[in-house]
Design a protein around this ligand. Structure first.
Ligand code: SF4
Length: 358
């Protein structure tokens, strides 16, 4: 999440508000109770004031200001990839997890309800993420209900490891509230042992696959995801075969590059492989998906390091505030179409990055 440092005046407890008006470098915020706060680059007389330079907000952005002097952007009105963070707990322990997990439940429910209430223009998409969002089930249900009531046209994307849905009761409960949720579920290998090793749990493969079948039984849309690492790249083709054979009901498959942050950074030696080195595996896997009419997309891969024939399946998926282009990119005539690199990948990017001139 984007964050800024500043100085708080009269902000004694966390304040969540939406940018309601902008005048030069001043922003007036209003919270769900109608209480105002001003973000400004100079000290002026105002009830609640957050003094901060280099701000660039839009009307409709939602931020949280902490008395310690940190401002966190919770929702960007002009972005299409906003997500509600609902839990810091997870029943997996993924070797490349890009989040910091906590053992004790932390209460994000109230904050998320405030965000949902403050959003004035219903977004096309809204993610729900964590941790594992289903690990705090009652909160998840409350949040999905609130989104469905307040923003009935919004498509919810639930990022889950899918294990909870091996119990059909949970599938039914969620479907009865909203039957248009897209379930975004990672499955890192066609081999149970490899998937379980990556997610750090011996039951995970079995439970996730059962969960996928339960969701399919209720005709719910599924985005299957995999992150390509040194641990699974060499079976990409077999993985594609396995999915076409066993999970033909998924809406699409997302083949993702890894974000080298937190756990992924700690375990980088075990995980990092230059995408240029698995071009053949990627090509053969995708060819099989195309021949079997299974929709797929490639995320977080630079256009110059995927086989030319696959470039049209690459999507710009890295959030702008996390994105980086190298000097080499400045002379690339595909830069506008390329999603670039994660900023955290500055020292872990392909040696083959080379401007495209065709
Ligand atoms: S040179 Fe840069 S902008 Fe061009 S495809 Fe490669 S990573 Fe993308």
């Amino acid at each position: 999440m984007k964050s800024l440092r500043g100085i708080c005046y009269n902000i004694k407890e966390p304040y969540i508000g939406k940018i309601d008006a902008v005048h030069e470098n001043s922003y007036i915020l209003r919270n769900t109770e109608g209480k105002e706060c001003l973000i400004c680059d100079k000290v002026v007389s105002f009830g609640k004031l957050f003094l901060c330079r280099n701000t660039n907000f839009n009307i409709g952005d939602i931020v949280k200001i902490l008395p310690s002097g940190t401002l966190i952007v919770l929702y960007e009105a002009t972005s299409s990839d906003n997500a509600l963070f609902v839990s810091e707990q997870c029943n997996n322990k993924c070797i490349m997890c890009p989040q910091i997990m906590k053992k004790k439940p932390s209460d994000f429910l109230q904050e998320n309800l405030e965000i949902i209430d403050l959003i004035d223009k219903s977004p096309n998409f809204l993610g729900i993420t964590g941790g594992e969002p289903t690990s705090e089930w009652d909160s998840l249900i409350t949040i999905v209900k609130r989104i469905t009531e307040k923003h009935p046209t919004t498509n919810i994307q639930l990022l889950t490891n899918g294990r909870t849905f091996n119990n059909e009761i949970y599938v039914r409960e969620l479907k009865n509230i909203n039957d248009k949720i897209l379930y975004c579920i990672p499955l890192y290998s066609d081999i149970a042992k490899i998937h379980n090793m990556i997610v750090g749990n011996n039951k995970a493969f079995e439970e996730t696959v059962e969960g996928l079948y339960n969701l399919a039984r209720y005709k719910l849309p599924i985005e299957l995801r995999t992150v390509v690492t040194k641990l699974n790249y060499n079976r990409l083709e077999e993985y594609a075969h396995w999915i076409c054979r066993n999970l033909p009901f998924i809406s699409h498959l997302s083949i993702m590059g890894m974000e080298p942050i937190y756990q992924a950074r700690i375990n980088i030696e075990k995980l990092w492989i230059d995408p240029y080195e698995y071009q053949n595996e990627m090509y053969n896997a995708c060819l099989h998906l195309i021949r079997n009419n299974l929709l797929f997309f490639i995320y977080n891969h630079q256009l110059c390091v995927v086989p030319k024939e696959l470039r049209r399946y690459c999507c710009k998926t890295i959030s702008e505030f996390k994105m980086l282009y190298l000097d080499e990119c400045l002379k690339c005539n595909q830069k506008d179409l390329c999603g670039g690199l994660f900023q955290t990948a500055k020292n872990f990017h392909s040696v083959a990055i080379k401007s495209i001139e065709d």
